[in-house]
Design a protein around this ligand. Structure first.
Ligand code: ZN
Length: 464
């Protein structure tokens, strides 16, 4: 049994690992590389393996940095099943369709600018590729073992990261013995609203572990919620709007949950609330369809407040016209819009209309990768460039750390402490400094056998 690390090794995005067993090959995730233009151009590079020789894919969760190159894989000859959670399949339908639209717009833009002597650029993938990938998805429930290749059994456990997110648990049995490999996908924070805590796993021989926040502790959730309340008060005082760039899946639903449960305390009936993202609106509907995946509090709340959405005066602005109408509001609007890292989407238009205003407040609730517009805003650049024009940043920028969908260092350690005996650990999905720091924590402070998976690293997994 051999593991090969290709993506989210030596970086965060582009999750992609291979497991080879005898004559069979399994792909774990097939994610998109995200970040600046130069990083994203690498999505067009050929796969470092032949897609046609992959027997099956296991997809941990719907986020594009885990699922986004599946349409390419399919177009380049992969015909096998993609095992994933039922909710993940439904969320991928939304995410991959959106990515296909974005790819079409990107190609069109590039082609408009190209010289006549240059060949036109094809979109990274098409809607048809995305649909084919979805059609190959085999949905699974948590805790239901399934033999997916000869001798290889897959179980998904709840990762508590976004709806449907799974910890991938693979047991391989051959003539020589057996090996249990656990891949965390992305692990959620403990006590996240709506979702369960990451499932406890007691035994594994090898663990591929994410470490996005392996060197950090999130701010306390309760304190973060107080901070959001304070931002709302400050923005009302400053007579500005509040812009919230948010990932369509996960973060937006958590924000809605917080706005709903603090509606009176934050006096939200004085505000106009907008979920200004067709994708987030669709994703919220998928969240609504899987109440059996909720934790206890969210289940109670759903029973009490049956109609969707949860927030009374929330407007779901799906159409472009409705979204553009928001531009006329100079104060009193809370606008949740994508994209989460501000690289595109409607949030960019709201920046154009608001970020130069003194009274505007920008609430950044999520991770901003290097090279993204969101990162430049968080880093405090005095002016930002949007669609070829510079805008002074006069808005107040708030980064609220406690809403992360990712486990922080202590959450990661807590999850690891569930194992009866320390497994061998490969760290992925962390920026190099972070991964190295977390490895040191694991090895020096806790005595684990851990190493950082560099891109291209190969590891033999011996039967035990
Ligand atoms: Zn994720």
């Amino acid at each position: 049994m051999r593991l090969e690390f290709y993506g989210a090794a030596g970086g965060v995005t582009g999750s992609c690992h291979i497991l080879r067993m005898g004559s069979h090959t399994l792909l774990l995730d097939c994610g998109m590389i995200q970040g600046g233009r130069r990083d994203e151009a690498r999505n067009r590079d050929p796969f470092p393996f032949d897609p046609a020789e992959i027997d099956a894919v296991v997809l941990s969760h719907a986020h594009l940095d885990h699922s986004g190159r599946l349409p390419l894989l399919v177009r380049q000859g992969f015909r096998g099943p993609i095992y994933t959670g039922n909710a993940t399949r439904d969320l991928c339908r939304i995410l991959l369709a959106d990515a296909a639209s974005l790819a079409a717009r990107d190609a069109e833009y590039t082609n408009r600018k190209r010289r006549q002597s240059e060949d036109p650029v094809e979109p990274l993938f098409t809607h048809k590729d995305a649909e084919t990938a979805i059609s190959q998805m085999a949905g699974m429930s948590y805790n239901q073992p399934r033999e997916i290749l000869p001798g290889l059994t897959l179980v998904f456990h709840d990762a508590g990261h976004i709806l449907g997110s799974g910890i991938v648990d693979l047991s391989y049995r051959s003539g020589d013995g057996s090996h249990r490999l656990v891949f965390t996908g992305d692990l959620g924070q403990y006590d996240t609203p709506i979702l369960h805590d990451p499932a406890v796993i007691e035994q594994a021989d090898t663990v591929i572990m994410e470490c996005t926040y392996g060197n950090r502790l999130h701010r306390d959730r309760e304190q973060t919620i107080r901070e959001i309340g304070d931002i709302i008060t400050a923005a009302r005082h400053d007579r500005g709007n509040i812009l919230i760039p948010s990932f369509a899946i996960g973060r937006s639903q958590e924000l809605l949950y917080q706005l709903g449960t603090h509606h009176e305390e934050w006096e939200l009936d004085r505000w106009s609330l907008f979920l200004d993202s067709p994708m987030a609106i669709q994703a919220t509907r998928v969240y609504w369809e899987y109440p059996h995946l909720y934790d206890e509090e969210a289940t109670k709340l759903r029973r009490a407040e049956n109609p969707m959405p949860l927030v009374k005066n929330l407007r779901l602005t799906a159409s472009v016209e409705e979204s553009m109408a928001i531009n006329r509001i100079e104060s009193g609007a809370i606008i949740i819009a994508g994209s989460g890292m501000c690289n595109g989407g409607r949030i960019v238009h709201h920046f154009k209309h608001n970020i130069w205003r003194q009274g505007c407040h920008v609430l950044i609730p999520g991770y901003q990768a290097q090279g993204t517009l969101g990162r430049r805003i968080v880093d405090g650049e005095p002016s930002i460039r949007i669609h070829g024009r510079d805008y002074q940043v006069r808005a107040t920028i708030h980064t609220v750390g406690g809403l992360s969908a990712h486990a922080d260092r202590d959450d990661l350690l807590r999850w690891l402490s569930g194992f009866r005996a320390g497994p061998r650990i490969f760290l992925v999905h962390g920026e190099p400094d972070t991964a190295a720091a977390f490895r040191d924590t694991l090895v020096k402070d806790h005595g684990y056998d851990a190493r950082v998976a560099e891109p291209g690293l190969t590891a033999e997994l011996l039967p035990v």
